[in-house]
Design a protein around this ligand. Sequence first.
Ligand code: CP
Ligand code: NVA
Length: 264
Amino acid sequence: MPKPRKTLGLIFEKSSTRTRLAFEVAMNQLDGSAVFLANADSQLGRGEPIEDSARVLPAWLIAWQYGLLSMRSCMRFADYSSVPVINALTDDFHPCQLLADVQTFVEHRGSISGKTVAWIGDGNNMCHSYINAADKFDFQLKIAAPEGFEPNADLLNTHKSRVQLSRDPKTAVQGADLVVTDVWASMGQEEEQNQRIASFAGYRVDEELMALAQSDALFMHCLPAHRGEEVSASILDAADSVVWDEAENRMHSQKALIEFLLTP
Ligand code: CP
Ligand code: NVA
C-alpha cells in the first residue's frame, strides 16, 4: 500500500482568493491534498461546537480563517485538534500574509533587519501582524492611523521599542524602506465603508506620499485593493510595484510553512 497523501483542511468563514489558492496549490505541489470547508455549507456554520468539529476532521494540518470572535475560536479549535492549526486570517491577525511580505522584501532589497516600515491606515489585522513581525524580523514600524482606528493598545505597548504611532502619514513615511497599506473597511465592516472613507481622508498612499519615503522604497498591499481609496492606481499599477510578487509569494511561503510544520 502506498503511504496516504497528507491532507490540509481549510476551514474558511470569509471570502478568499489568495490564501485559499496558495494553500491548495502548495499542497498539490507537495504531493498532498486540500479539503475546503466553507462555513456556510458545513455544520460549523449551523452551530456544531468547534470542539466537536476539531476532533472529526481527518487531516494532518488545519488552516483556519474566521471572523467573529475569531482568535478565541481559532485557539479553541487548536486546543481540541490533534494536528497543527494555522491562523489563515482572523479579525485580529493575518500572519501568513506577513511571511509573504517579508519574503518579498528580502527578494527585492535583502534583509529587512534594521529597516523602517511605514504602515498607513487602519490599525487592523494586517497592522497587528506587522507589529508582531517588527519584533520577529528586527525592523522599526512607523504607523499612521486616524483617531479611533489605532491598533490594539496592549499589543502596541508590548512592542513599544519597535513601533511608533502617529496621526500623520507624512511623518510615518519619512525614511521608510517599505510603505504598506490595506483597505479601510475590512471583511465584516462593509456597512461602515462610507463612514470610514470620510475618517481615512488624507491617508491614501499616492505618488506625493511615496516621494517622502526612501527613493528606493517598496510599496506593498495584501490585496484586494480599492484603487483611488487607500492607494492610488498609479502606485498600485506602477511598473515596479511588488504587490503581484507579494501575492505569488503567498504560495511559496505557505508551502514552506507546511513543510516546516509537517517535517518531524
Ligand atoms: N491577501 C489575502 O489574504 O487575500 P485573500 O483574502 O484573497 O485570501
Ligand atoms: N484587512 C483585510 C485583509 C484581507 C486580506 C480584511 O480582513 O478584510
